[in-house]
Design a protein around this ligand. Structure first.
Ligand SMILES: [Fe+2]
Ligand SMILES: [Fe+2]
Length: 283
């Protein structure tokens, strides 16, 4: 008796997570919603454990990821400054170790992002330690080029230098530009105020490792208000604070820009190594 033919499905069943991710991508592209995720001040390798954040990226499938500066700590070249040039070989080796840690983190991040996700890397003052070092040591020019060490071209990641006039990345919105920058222009107690004075539009920045927001009405404009918002950091405790009390906060940023040009944003706080979004605990 001939055996009954069983129609096997061509595709293996998708897991719930895969289905959700795919649905997320389809909804975003059909509705032309831009989903932006930004992290500031990860200070790799002195970062928070980013396992939960990477899982969040996998779940959310953003269209844009902003690495908002001080993604790397570059501690090696800072200590070179302090010892006045002694131990150059050692610092070079430590710098390469930091680059390995940076590459490893970018690999982990890019592995979960959709291929079309645009990644922008804003240089922070910590990455800029390389150019300060090279200025003092012209013979080392090019040896500490971070975009080269991190293979940013091959990765398709846009690098925006700190010392360029346009050291920011911006999106068009109904309320004018929504601009991301590292935030070195905003030092002092009232940094959000300074940033808003300088940029005079909606700005999201890091560098201060805390939260601070200033909102200001705009005269003679249909866009009613502009804000400067300091986004918390994604680094662990930093040795240079020497255990002193600080106002640091941990967290990151997410925004949607809808097709009508209005944007909706969230600062997601990381407390005790965990955060909660959409009824899910990430740790
Ligand atoms: Fe920082
Ligand atoms: Fe910084």
């Amino acid at each position: 008796m001939p055996r009954k033919k069983i129609n096997k499905p061509n595709n293996r069943p998708r897991s719930k997570r895969e289905t959700n991710n795919k649905t997320n991508m389809i909804i975003n592209s059909r509705l032309k919603i831009k989903k932006i995720i930004a992290i500031f001040d990860a200070h790799v390798p002195h970062n928070l454990d980013l396992k939960g954040f990477i899982e969040f990226l996998r779940d959310e499938q953003p269209n844009h990821l902003i690495l908002g500066g001080d993604f790397l700590d570059i501690h090696s070249l800072n200590s070179w400054d302090k010892v006045g040039g002694r131990g150059l070989k050692l610092e070079g080796a430590r710098f390469l170790k930091e680059m390995d840690a940076g590459n490893d983190m970018l690999d982990r991040i890019q592995a979960v992002l959709p291929k079309k996700c645009k990644i922008v890397y804003l240089e922070g003052n910590h990455e800029d330690r390389t150019s300060r070092y090279e200025e003092k040591n012209p013979e080392s020019e090019g040896m500490y080029n971070i975009p080269d060490h991190l293979n940013l071209d091959a990765r398709g990641i846009q690098w925006i230098p700190l010392k360029s006039r346009n050291n920011f990345y911006s999106f068009k919105t109904k309320d004018g530009p929504l601009l991301f920058t590292h935030g070195v222009e905003g030092r002092g107690k009232y940094h959000a105020n300074k940033i808003l004075d300088g940029f005079n539009c909606n700005v999201r920045y890091g560098d201060r490792h805390t939260e601070q927001t200033v909102t200001r009405p705009v005269k003679n404009s249909i866009s009613p208000k502009i804000q400067a918002k300091c986004v918390p950091a994604m680094c662990s405790e930093q040795g240079y604070m020497g255990g002193r009390p600080d106002a640091w906060r941990r967290g990151f940023y997410m925004a949607y820009i809808l097709p009508d040009g209005h944007f909706y944003e969230y600062v997601i706080q990381v407390v005790n190594g965990k955060f909660v979004f959409n009824n899910k605990i990430y740790s």
